[in-house]
Each structure stands twice: as structure tokens, then as C-alpha cells.
Write a protein that binds this ligand. Structure first.
Ligand SMILES: Cc1cc2nc3c(=O)[nH]c(=O)nc-3n(C[C@H](O)[C@H](O)[C@H](O)COP(=O)(O)O)c2cc1C
Length: 203
């Protein structure tokens, strides 16, 4: 397990006291023999409680042909409404050839305003924790006016921790993920308020 240093948890309360914040957990891998669904299920289970959680699985998203892609978002996505309803995202992604999989890029590119001004964190996995996938995602999220949490979690060879009941994290993983979620939740409340009270106006 790889994690960023946990030293300074934010203590400022979220500037929003509306209905429960809604989290979408995105499962990025679509391989027939993928491990990722188990990690996404674990993340969704861990996040449920204060947050309303929806698991969007790229393997279940039959997106239109990329020939129909348009800049600034495209119509016809079967999951646009679920992404739009989210206040925050956890992307659960493997590292493929030192980046994130094409299935996730397609999901991202098929939407635009649905992502905007919302926070994200990343639960990556791979031989060394998959953090190169995360670092590539940070640049993509910035283009979409998203905020990525400072803390992210990278699972090293987590397939060794898979059992009949799913993913059984080794010591430290739960605390690291909770810290990332804590940061994410703070951003989710702040940005939900900001989207409502002071929506961004382009000059
Ligand atoms: C196309 C491909 C490329 C991969 N590249 C990497 C890599 O760059 N770094 C790494 O740590 N693991 C890499 N792996 C191994 C994956 O971490 C491992 O297969 C993992 O189970 C993939 O996640 P998934 O089962 O959810 O698809 C790669 C796997 C595939 C299929």
C-alpha cells in the first residue's frame, strides 16, 4: 500500500448543510478477468454512511461510438444523469502501461459539465500501487475544473488480498482511504455550496 503523508487533516467544517452528499465510485477496469470490481465494491462499502453512494462500473456503460464524440460533452451516455447527480467521485483504477485504462478515458470524455466543479480522489492499484495512473488523472481533472484531493491511496499488489468475500485490506489501507475520503467530503460540501451560491462565470 502506498499513501501520501497524513499530517494535517482539515478541520474547517464543510460550508454546506443540505441533503446528504452523493458520491459516485467509478470502477475503471472492464477486463473479463478484472480484479478492480472487488476494490470498487470495497471502496463503496467503506464510503457508505454519511455519504449516499452509487457505483458506476465502466464495464456496464455501453457508450456510443467515439466517432460521435464532441468537445464539451456529448449526448447519449446512459450514465450521464448518475454522474451529474454526484457531488464527489472516487475513481478506482488500475495502472495500465504507466497510466489509467482507456475505458476510463472514454467515460471521462463522454461527459463534461457532469464532472465540472466537483472533487475527486483516486484509489489506484498495481504492482507499485498504480500511482502513475493517478498522476495522469490529476491533469485531466484539472482540465475539467475538478479538484483532486491531495491524499490518494495506491494499493500494492492487492490481488494478494482478495478472498471469497472480496478485498480484505492489509493494515493501514482503511485509515489511508478514510483520510482521503475526509478530504474529499470537505471539498464536496464546499463545492456544492459554491456551485449553488456562486456559480463560476466565464469571462
Ligand atoms: C494492459 C495492461 C497493462 C498493465 N500495465 C501495468 C503497469 O503499467 N503497472 C502495473 O503496476 N501493472 C500493470 N498491469 C498489471 C495490472 O496491475 C494487473 O493486471 C491488475 O489486475 C489490472 O487491474 P484489473 O484486473 O482490474 O484490470 C497491466 C495490466 C494490463 C492488462
Amino acid at each position: 500500500m502506498t499513501e501520501t503523508t497524513v499530517t494535517d487533516l482539515p478541520t474547517v467544517p464543510a460550508a454546506d448543510d443540505g441533503p446528504p452528499l452523493r458520491l459516485v465510485v467509478v470502477a475503471a477496469s472492464v477486463r473479463e478477468q478484472r480484479m478492480g470490481r472487488a476494490f470498487a465494491e470495497w471502496a463503496a462499502f467503506r464510503a457508505a454512511g454519511d455519504l449516499e453512494v452509487d457505483l458506476v462500473d465502466c464495464a456496464d456503460c455501453v457508450l456510443p461510438d467515439d466517432a460521435e464524440l464532441r468537445p464539451g460533452g456529448s449526448s447519449g451516455s446512459p450514465v450521464a444523469a448518475r454522474i451529474d447527480a454526484a457531488d464527489a467521485f472516487v475513481f478506482v483504477t488500475p495502472e495500465y502501461n504507466h497510466s489509467y485504462p482507456a475505458s476510463l478515458k472514454r467515460l471521462i470524455d463522454w461527459h463534461y459539465r457532469e464532472w465540472m466543479f466537483k472533487p475527486a480522489t483516486v484509489l489506484s492499484y498495481g504492482v507499485q500501487g498504480g500511482l502513475l495512473a493517478t498522476e495522469h488523472l490529476r491533469g485531466v481533472f484539472a482540465e475539467l475544473h475538478m479538484v483532486t484531493t491531495r491524499r490518494v491511496v495506491g494499493l500494492r499488489t492487492p490481488w494478494n488480498d482478495l478472498g471469497p468475500t472480496g478485498y480484505a485490506p492489509p493494515p493501514g489501507v482503511e485509515a489511508a482511504f478514510d483520510a482521503a475520503l475526509h478530504e474529499l467530503t470537505w471539498w464536496a460540501g464546499v463545492l456544492r455550496g459554491a456551485r449553488r451560491e456562486t456559480p463560476f462565470a466565464r469571462r
